[in-house]
Structure formats: structure tokens, C-alpha cells
Design a protein around this ligand. Structure first.
Ligand code: NAD
Length: 295
């Protein structure tokens, strides 16, 4: 499988698509914002005006879009992937969407002879650039085997969880852990700073102990610099926690901590901070305590 289509060239999609080009795949790209395609075109990708055109040129189509409605539009909608797909095409949706939506889209694809994996990612923009994302896939094992080298060009950890939708179940678990970690870091560091300790020194002192984490390493330097440029936008984390809460309630799992952090993110959205990186969650605590945690 050498010809790949890539739809959605945002913060994550653009570097992921670049890594596929570097790995030698023949790439056709599309984004509804045409300027987002120019870097890829300069690097050797062909451009397309819609998902249908992408599918007609490709054996495998990857989507990296904000949420379920955009994936449904790009795949099932007018001018979408299914209109241009030949039977045997493989669709890999790498967006973070609701597991139920992934199953619904896969069922519609199957009617047209198109197989689908859901394969969301974790690691953010830096790991997308390095090609070291953690990729969690769901879908038929034989389909996964056919495309796992393609996934390996974008990630350093590629694991099939189970059937379609299970990639996004793993991603929901990931997003709960990340959100709660950022909230814990924020609560703790605002306390330390307001009580009189130097925040950077506290960070240096605790990062090698049990409180150390990938979240602390990625997000604490951003907080200390007061740099909340995304990265991963608060509005996208709200979307993920919404999907997590809905999925949890569907299967009968109460998620009190996730719901609490969701309300913090909602407050930040009302305050006009939905476009900030999710490390900007700390501003909720900073506003309450009337102090800033900075270098
Ligand atoms: P983004 O908003 O930067 O990029 C999305 C891109 O999709 C944009 O360029 C947009 O123009 C394009 N798009 C939207 N609708 C489209 C359509 N119908 N057809 C074609 N293109 C369309 O978002 P992102 O940060 O790259 O995130 C993409 C997905 O990856 C989301 O599901 C997000 O939750 C997930 N994710 C993001 C990060 C991160 O750190 N940013 C990390 C892991 C996972």
C-alpha cells in the first residue's frame, strides 16, 4: 500500500502527513482551508479539492479532524471519501471521536466495501513532528496488519486494542488521565506558589519523584513561561471529556472527577479561553487564588 490520502492538516495532521512523505509514501492531501495544504504541496504531496478526489487517488485514506461531525461530513457527506472510494479502500480515522460514532461510520463504510480502523493518537504536536506518537487502534486484525507500517511512520508505539471503537475507548481513558493530571498539577502549584515557594524550584524538586509525569514535563514549562499557545486547545479537551462522560454514562460508570474537571474547562470557555492550550487550565486556579505561577 503506497498511495495514501490525508484529510485534515491542522496542528496534528500536517506534521503527521509530512512524516508519511518522508517515509516515501505517495500522498494526496485535503483540508477545507486550502492554505493549510501549501506546505505539504511544497514538500511533494498532491492536493485535492474534496474527500472524493482524495479517495479516488488512494489505497488508504487517513482523516485527522476535530470531532465526529467533521469525520462524518468528510467521509459520508457530499463529495466525501465514500463517493470516490473503490471497494478495498481502507479508511483510518485518527481523530479523537466518540467510540459509538466510529462504529457508526465503519458500518456505513462496510456497505461500500470500505474497511475502517479508528486509530487516535496521544503525544501532541511535538510527538507528531518527531513521528513518535502513541497510536491506539481498533478494527479488524487483518486490516490492522495491512496498515501497521503506515501507522509506524507516524508513531513509536502502535497498539491494536480490539474491534472498531476500541481505539477511541483507549483515547478516552488517556484524555481523562491527562485532564485530571493537569488539574492536579494546577491545584498543587498554585498552592505552593501562594504559600511562598518558588514554583520552578518546586517543579525541579518533584519531577524526579512519584509526582513526576509526562504531563508535568510537557505542561509545567508552559505554565512557568505563561505560554498557553496551543498545542491542544481547551475546546478540544472539552469535546473529549464530553465523549468520555457520555460513553461512561451509556455503560453505567460514574465519573465524578472527570465531571469536575469538565466544569473547570467550561468556566475557562466562558472566560474566553477555549482557544488556549489545555495547560491554561491553571488560570482557573490562578484567578480563584489571585496569584500567577510564573518563572
Ligand atoms: P486542528 O483544529 O488544528 O485541525 C483540524 C483540521 O481539520 C483543520 O485544519 C481544519 O481546517 C480541518 N477540517 C475540519 N473539518 C474538515 C472537513 N470537513 N474536511 C476537511 N478538513 C477539515 O485540530 P488538531 O489539534 O490537529 O486535532 C485533530 C484531532 O486530533 C482532534 O480530534 C484532536 O482531539 C486530536 N488530537 C489533538 C492533539 C493535539 O495536541 N493538538 C493531540 C492528540 C489528539
Amino acid at each position: 500500500m503506497k498511495t495514501i490520502g490525508f484529510i485534515g492538516l491542522g496542528i496534528m495532521g500536517k506534521p503527521m502527513a509530512k512524516n508519511l512523505l518522508k517515509a516515501g509514501y505517495d500522498l494526496t492531501v485535503h483540508d477545507i482551508i486550502p492554505e493549510r495544504m501549501s506546505d505539504l504541496a511544497a514538500a511533494g504531496a498532491k492536493t485535492a479539492t474534496c474527500g472524493k478526489e482524495v479517495a479516488a487517488a488512494s489505497e488508504v485514506v487517513i482523516t485527522m479532524l476535530p470531532n465526529s461531525p467533521q469525520v462524518k461530513q468528510a467521509v459520508l457527506g457530499p463529495g466525501g471519501v465514500l463517493e470516490g472510494a473503490r471497494p478495498g479502500l481502507i479508511l483510518i480515522d485518527m481523530s479523537s471521536i466518540a467510540p459509538a460514532a466510529a462504529r457508526e461510520i465503519a458500518a456505513r463504510c462496510a456497505e461500500r466495501g470500505v474497511a475502517m480502523l479508528d486509530a487516535p493518537v496521544s503525544g501532541g504536536e511535538p510527538k507528531a513532528v518527531q513521528g513518535t506518537l502513541a497510536i491506539m487502534a481498533g478494527g479488524p486484525e487483518d486490516v490492522y496488519e495491512k496498515v501497521k507500517d503506515i501507522l509506524g511512520a507516524m508513531g513509536s508505539s502502535v497498539i491494536r486494542i480490539g474491534e472498531i471503537g476500541s481505539g477511541n475507548l483507549a483515547k478516552l481513558a488517556n484524555q481523562i488521565i491527562v485532564a485530571l493530571n493537569i488539574a492536579a498539577m494546577s491545584e498543587a502549584m498554585v498552592l505552593a506558589a501562594k504559600a511562598g515557594a518558588d514554583a520552578e524550584t518546586v517543579y525541579q524538586a518533584i519531577r524526579g519523584g512519584l509526582a513526576g509525569s509526562a504531563v508535568l514535563e510537557a505542561k509545567m514549562p508552559m505554565v512557568l513561561a505563561g505560554n498557553f499557545k496551543p498545542g491542544f486547545r481547551i475546546e478540544l479537551h472539552i469535546k473529549d471529556l464530553m465523549n468520555a462522560i457520555e460513553t461512561a454514562h451509556e455503560v453505567g460508570v460514574p465519573v465524578p472527577l472527570t465531571s469536575g474537571v469538565m466544569e473547570i474547562l467550561q468556566a475557562l470557555k466562558v472566560a474566553g479561553r477555549a482557544q488556549d492550550d489545555h495547560s491554561g487550565l491553571i488560570q482557573f486556579y490562578e484567578d480563584l487564588a489571585k496569584i500567577q505561577v510564573r518563572r
